[in-house]
Write a protein that binds this ligand. Sequence first.
Ligand code: KG4
Ligand code: ZN
Length: 357
Amino acid sequence: MLVLGIETTCDETAAAVVERRADGSGRILSNIVHSQTAEHARFGGVVPEIAARAHVDLLDGIIGQAMKEANTGFAELSAVAAAAGPGLIGGVIVGLTTAKAIAMVHDTPLIAVNHLEAHALTPRLTCALAFPYCLFLASGGHTQIVAVLGVGDYVRLGTTVDDAMGEAFDKVAKMLSLPYPGGPEVERRAAGGDAKRFAFPRPMLGRPDANFSLSGLKTAVRNEASRIAPLAPQDINDLCAGFQAAVLESTADRLSVGLRLFHERFGPPRALVAAGGVAANNAIRDALQEVATKAQTTLIIPPPLLCTDNGAMIAWAGAERLALGLTDTMDAPPRARWRLDADATAPDGYSNTRAGF
Ligand code: KG4
Ligand code: ZN
């Protein structure tokens, strides 16, 4: 089956055509991603209204390009999939409405994909990974540990109680006057810094649940930065190194707990999978490798273009759902908030405060 996937939940305008073969394997025929980073950079973060307008301007062209590169026509498609949330509602509406229009005109099934489900299923597109496995998703909008038990069968084991991890990297970068997006810049500066100079807290260390917290650490960095201001380049390096080391230690601890909870409830996971922009951080990759080795499981990190937001992951999730006969009707709603394990209650009674991710 051939599925067109559309992604517009944040600041990437993306479309892709993916094939799913009868044996369950996948092949990407095209994957076009336009990142709007340049449009948002001068504001130091994503501006929802600018993002939505850019999606309107760009999406038709991106879809046309994806179809052309895949050398296929709308009549050949088995389904059209769009990310229906969670995300910035203006962008979600643009992508989902476009998908509905294509589905209606070409009499093709519509699949309204949960963006988080798409991240969760991506490793099955690139390698023959069987269920169940453990997902660590860390991006600008999400920080979660999820047990992926089957298509449509997810249990959230941990989440951030305040900021998302990528968001914390971006905010630290902003307070140190580093350019947006901050993650890669903080990683670069940390490489030349002394991680031991500042005694930053290790959030949630040793707690029995698998939740994250990043806002206290972020405030600690801000306090140190104002205490020693004005900042010399080496001060910035040391602050970045200290912040990143604290994130690493906390992440390793939270993930070991997450893997233990996974094991207790579902038996051994087939792999630990990392996704989201933060998974591009080399120091975090090393820390994840250590956690996976200790837990006697394999670490899988999809290639960077499939870790960050893209259309192929939406198309693939659509194909996985279509293979099970799961399609949606034309009244499928766009959703700003949409928990992956929609019926579950949050661990410890927490509900994520930031956009319901
Ligand atoms: O998945 P993504 O491309 O987009 C969404 O947020 O959905 O993730 C972007 C986030 C940004 O917050 C960015 O600062 C962070 O991922 N990021 C990193 C690195 N590269 C990107 N964080 C830490 N280290 C990096 N090398
Ligand atoms: Zn994402």
